[in-house]
Ligand binder design. Structure first.
Ligand code: SAM
Length: 218
């Protein structure tokens, strides 16, 4: 396929599966007003995330990297009424904006934002697990460490999803191979492909969604 066909297919996909309502649009607008980087998932990735969580019957979910709560709203909306999303964000200001997003989406009862470095908070979260799913979208250099925690704390059959598995193409650029963020993503993707406790792949949607199911075995 040539690039123009790929672009048209992406537009087609976006038109069919990339729609967002006023609440989601408002979150993106607020994030822009606050001067936050526009690095949230795309709506079509949000819908795919919902599909994966629903297919997995996920009830208790962890998210790493909240930003303004955009992906958190996609996740929170697909959880059952007694479901729970715990989302970790290092930046207090972003966490506060996200709490407001969850209030506006009517999800405050099932979404909890915790502030701090994900790798420092995760060991304490183990006592509250195991969890049904994790969505990884914080600092890319730490993706392998997040995955190590996930393998130990997601139930057998549970779901691991990670954003930016393609790093906007950098993972296949020879000049970018020494970048810490790219190396983190490469190590993460490789573990998904090689770890016998995981069954996974990369969904080539948006910037790539790495997905894996936790298999039995330690
Ligand atoms: N998941 C969000 C969405 O799609 O709406 C986007 C998350 S954004 C890509 C990454 C977020 O991770 C940023 O808000 C950043 O402040 C946060 N972050 C970066 N390093 C972190 C860390 N070590 N622990 C927790 N959060 C971190």
């Amino acid at each position: 396929m040539d690039q123009s066909t790929i672009d048209r297919l992406n537009d087609y996909l976006h038109d069919l599966f990339g729609q967002e309502d006023e609440v989601l649009k408002a979150i993106r607008a607020r994030a822009l007003d606050e001067g936050f980087p526009q690095i949230q998932i795309r709506p079509e990735e949000g819908l795919m995330l919902q599909f994966l969580l629903k297919a997995n019957d996920a009830r208790r979910v962890i998210e790493l990297g909240t930003l303004a709560g955009y992906s958190g709203v996609w996740i929170g909306r697909i959880l059952p009424e007694d479901g729970q999303l715990i989302t970790l964000e290092i930046d207090e200001e972003r966490a506060e904006v996200a709490r407001e997003s969850f209030r506006q989406a009517g999800l405050s009862d099932r979404v909890q934002v915790r502030v701090g470095d994900a790798l420092s908070l995760l060991p304490g979260l183990s006592a509250e697990g195991p969890f049904d799913a994790i969505f990884i979208d914080a600092i890319k250099s730490e993706y392998p460490a997040y995955l190590a925690w996930a393998v130990d704390n997601i139930r057998v059959g549970g779901l691991i999803v990670a954003h930016n598995a393609f790093r906007r193409g950098k993972i296949v650029e020879p000049a970018a191979q020494h970048d810490d963020l790219v190396r983190g993503t490469l190590a993460f993707n490789r573990q998904i492909s090689e770890d016998p406790r995981l069954l996974g792949s990369i969904i080539p949607l948006g910037d790539g969604l790495a997905v894996a199911v936790r298999l039995a075995g330690s």
